[in-house]
Design a protein around this ligand. Structure first.
Ligand code: ADP
Ligand code: MG
Length: 577
């Protein structure tokens, strides 16, 4: 249970502020995360890592000399927004390019990916290496689908050491990708973790049993076995990982026995003894092993074993010195780094910096209706937050309700400001989309942000808007979701409700008023969302646990249906007036 917080909603901010206060000598808080407190050497590649919080020391705990230059910090178990990634990357950049490295999750891929595109347009060289160490999340023939768990620590360490040693961006990228390909992890859990403010854990493991192959966001395991002894567990983990050794593996491995949150160090030591013996029997020599909490999952009870199959270069990087809040290796004297402190980064609000907008009266009138619609969506999401969270916890990470509430509330607040600034529909929706993505983070935040901006672009700030234009603009919004998320109809995502919505709206709007057509389209979206219960997810966080998700509708499709119903009510009131 996560017991201590002020408000569940501000848990991340409060924890991060405490962390920055505590480690002010090592890290500096910037909008969206932290960077090293001291300036990096001119011409050094910046390694920027990140993800949701709830994993400490991952990710902000390993910012420092010999490790990461910056960490982007999202909400609990939620990918940080693209805006946060941009802010941390800009603050961390040392002028020699940036390597993004993070666990392979759809939301992180989208948000870091958007930031990467943006930075490239600005002329910065940015590369990405996804961590894919979890052998339980996809088979060896689908390595690129595997998610990142405790292997994050290994890949970040290797990349950080290479950058500190003066490798150029090509070199840092090569080492990170090579290290990732040789890093394998398997985890087990004895009890699920509980999100701050939640009464029950995200999943439960029956007494005397153990979940095998769990994720680090409260995603349940892929198999259940009876609870082993410490030695049996060591045997189970080592044999599974050794079977994944790359063809050219030598006899030296780095190892991490990682506690997931509430498993005691003494328990880990007892398991470690078995791991170390087992590895020796299998002909491996262990180099600089780590036992402790390195990538956690809030208060989950469980542990994971990670093996890095070394070669000479990887061994040198793995053993190189580092000074970070949560991890130190070697003496401070040999870690290098600069003593010059960074200047604090100023926080600017993007909305305040934008001046008055040129828009037609008609586009402004539509913008006022859109603002009311966004408020209605925010109110509905507030009412359904718990339900959406529960749907997402069946096979995902339980954050969908929170994300939708944060995103829609920020979008609604921004739309009120845009109306006050006399913005047209395009400007209002672009800003609302920005705020939605920034406040929500995660997969759905990035997708809703992109969708709103695309709908706005379709409506424009000038001229007359007819119902045909509305259909076309909404279709463009759905297209933006497809382009960014690369999912197809039937993959069990929000698209399964969005596509039927637009089809029905298009079919009806020829003969009916927009508000009548909308009501019927919203009903189609709600029905289509319910039908996703029969499907098995092919993309997103729920994919590794596809079988569990059957019988439960997709949370993103359900929330979309609810949102469209809310907008329908606003349009009906509008028509009555
Ligand atoms: P996260 O998966 O990052 O935790 P949320 O829980 O907020 O994000 O949103 C999950 C929802 O996002 C899913 O229910 C699904 O509808 C939607 N989703 C996930 N991946 C995709 C994708 N590639 N394309 C479209 N929608 C997606
Ligand atoms: Mg989720």
């Amino acid at each position: 249970m996560t017991r201590l917080f002020n408000e569940p909603a501000t848990f991340t901010e409060d924890a991060l502020a405490g962390f920055i206060d505590l480690y002010a000598d090592l890290v500096l808080g910037v909008p969206g995360g932290v960077v090293r407190a001291t300036e990096t050497r001119e011409g050094k590649v910046a390694v920027v890592i990140g993800g949701g919080s709830g994993h400490y020391p991952a990710f902000c705990g390993v910012v420092g000399v010999g490790f990461a230059d910056g960490a982007v910090v999202g909400n609990v178990f939620t990918s940080p927004a693209a805006r946060d990634v941009l802010s941390v990357a800009r603050a961390a950049s040392g002028g020699a390019g940036i390597l993004f490295s993070y666990g392979n999750y759809a939301g992180d891929v989208m948000n870091f990916g958007l930031a990467e595109q943006r930075l490239r347009r600005e002329g910065l060289d940015v590369r990405t290496v996804l961590v894919t160490d979890d052998i339980a999340s996809a088979g060896p023939h689908e390595m690129q689908k595997r998610r990142g768990i405790a292997g994050d620590f290994v890949v970040f360490k290797l990349a950080g050491a290479a950058a500190e040693a003066g490798y150029d961006l090509d070199g840092v990228e090569r080492v990170a990708a090579h290290g990732n390909a040789r890093t394998k992890t398997l985890g087990v859990a004895f009890a699920g973790c509980t999100l701050p403010g939640w009464a029950a854990p995200l999943f439960e493991v029956p007494p005397g049993r153990m979940a095998v192959g769990l994720g680090i966001h409260g995603e349940p395991g892929i198999a259940e076995e009876s609870l082993p002894t410490a030695d049996e567990l060591a045997e189970r983990l080592v044999s599974a990982l050794v079977a994944e050794a790359p063809a050219d593996a030598g006899s030296r491995v780095a190892a991490i026995l990682n506690g997931l949150g509430t498993t005691k160090y003494e328990e880990l030591f007892a398991v470690w003894l078995g791991v170390s013996r087992r590895l020796e029997v299998s002909g491996y020599e262990v180099v600089a092993p780590e036992v402790g909490e390195l990538v956690t999952s809030l208060d989950m009870a469980g542990c994971s074993l990670t093996l890095l199959f070394l070669d000479d270069e990887l061994e040198e990087l793995w053993t190189a010195p580092a000074i970070t809040p949560a991890f130190r290796r070697g003496s401070d004297g040999n870690a290098g780094g600069s003593a010059k402190r960074r200047r604090p980064v100023e926080i600017t609000s993007p909305d305040a910096s934008e001046g008055a907008v040129d828009a037609s009266e008609q586009s402004r009138a539509v913008a006022r209706t859109i603002a009311r619609a966004l408020h209605a969506i925010a109110a509905t999401m507030g009412e359904h937050e718990d339900e959406l969270g529960r749907l997402d916890s069946v096979a995902g990470d339980g954050d969908h309700g929170r994300g939708m509430v944060r995103g829609s509330a920020s979008a609604a607040a921004s739309s009120a400001m845009a109306v006050a600034a006399r913005a047209g529909s395009a400007t209002l929706l672009r800003r609302a989309g920005d705020e939605w993505g920034a406040a929500a983070g995660g997969t759905s935040g990035a997708l809703w942000g992109a969708a709103l901006a695309a709908v706005g672009k379709g409506l424009g700030d000038q001229g007359d808007i007819r119902s045909g234009d509305v259909v076309a603009a909404l279709a463009a919004g759905v297209k933006a979701v497809q382009t960014l998320g690369k999912a197809e109809f039937g993959d069990k995502t929000m698209l399964d409700a969005m596509l039927p919505f637009v089809d029905e709206l298009r079919a009806r709007s020829a003969a009916a008023s927009l508000s009548d057509a909308w009501r019927s389209a919203a009903a189609a979206a709600v029905a289509a969302a319910q039908r996703t219960a029969d499907l098995s997810p092919r993309v997103g966080r729920a994919r590794p646990l596809a079988h569990r998700s059957v019988g439960t509708p997709d949370p993103g499709a359900v929330s979309f249906g609810l949102a469209m119903e809310a907008v329908g009510r606003v349009l009906s009131e509008h028509q009555e007036k």
